[in-house]
Design a protein around this ligand. Structure first.
Ligand code: SF4
Ligand code: SF4
Length: 316
């Protein structure tokens, strides 16, 4: 069995997940991302270090955190608790003393053994549902050695593996893990590089280049598009994404030269939602998407029809 003492920074391990690939899965969320999409549903996954989440509605003003913080980041005055994030070094000491769970730490350094122990608890469910394990984030490929080790260990256990990725990194980082990946789910948000930079904090040139390289492999791909009002819910923006995906389907077919059946390239449209609002508040972050309305079912159907017209298979 492969084993190492390297640690990865993980912010959640979600068991019984049914939205991150086929069947029942365990999804391992890696902390740290190279994009800053303003509507991100997992803001606790962006920074590549542990962070304190503070939920003031749970605080009972007991004062325990004051006594234990080495950096004086907490004060309580007249039954009002103030957490001074600018003084906090994210050491996590206060979270251990807060019995009402008003303070929590997100992000934990784990060994591959720790992660595998969690994963293997549900082997029986993977087998009966044709499920498996998904690495997500944040961005798992930004911790390439650790991600690869988990994937290798899963394949040693004969588990189906998937990776959810934003695609924004050097190709070699993903390429070295690909032999241990059964399914790649890659986000696509916008095709125009300037619009992408405005919405996500970085250009999409590497993402599109990596998507093209991925199309030349034999890996099944699901391109996942978060449909976000004011960003990409127009017919124009979605059509641009669909045409890009269509070009990759054609590229894959040309590359295979009719020798064998090509692995699938599919599209999944995911409606924006506002469930992350509390997480932004707990991290002291502005939630710039707070006034956006989730797209209606009719709107999602309309956009899916455009994909079908272009011969791109839509799932979900
Ligand atoms: S995480 Fe550490 S530094 Fe930050 S408030 Fe808690 S005890 Fe203080
Ligand atoms: S320990 Fe928790 S409940 Fe007590 S004052 Fe601090 S945040 Fe509030």
């Amino acid at each position: 069995m492969t084993s190492s003492s390297k640690k990865g920074l993980i912010f959640n391990i979600q068991r019984f997940s049914i939205h991150d690939g086929p069947g029942i899965r365990t999804t391992v969320f890696f902390k740290g991302c190279s994009l800053q999409c303003f509507w991100c549903h997992n803001p606790e996954g962006r920074q590549a270090h542990p962070q304190i989440q503070y939920f003031p509605e749970r605080c009972i003003c007991c004062g325990e955190c004051l006594a234990h913080c080495p950096n004086h980041a907490h004060t309580v005055n007249n039954d009002f608790h103030l957490y001074l994030r600018e003084l906090c070094k994210n050491c996590g000491t206060c979270t251990e003393t807060c019995y009402s769970d008003a303070l929590e730490i997100t992000g934990k350094y784990m060994t591959a053994d720790d992660v595998m122990e969690e994963i293997l608890r549900d082997r029986m469910f993977y087998e009966t549902s044709k499920g498996g394990v998904t690495l997500s984030g944040g961005e798992p490929v930004l911790q390439p050695k650790f991600a690869k080790e988990i994937l290798m260990r899963c394949k040693e256990e004969d588990l189906h593996t998937a990776i959810e990725t934003c695609g924004n990194y050097q190709w070699q980082e993903l390429e070295s893990a690909l032999p241990f990946v059964d399914l790649v789910m890659m986000d696509l948000k916008l095709i125009d590089p300037m619009k992408h930079k405005a919405a996500c904090g970085d250009s999409n040139e590497r993402i599109l280049a990596n998507a093209r390289r991925l199309a030349l492999t034999d890996k099944p791909i699901i391109f996942r598009v978060p449909v976000v009002p004011t960003v990409n819910d127009s017919i124009e923006e979605i059509s641009a994404i669909i045409k890009f995906v269509q070009s990759l389907v054609e590229l894959r077919m040309q590359h295979s030269n009719g020798k064998e059946k090509c692995a699938e390239i599919q599209l999944e449209l995911l409606p924006f939602h506002r469930l992350a609002a509390d997480k932004y508040r707990s991290l002291g972050l502005e939630y710039r998407a707070k006034n956006l309305e989730p797209p209606s079912k009719a709107k999602m159907n309309e956009l899916a029809k455009i994909a079908e017209i272009h011969g791109v298979e839509v799932i979900g």
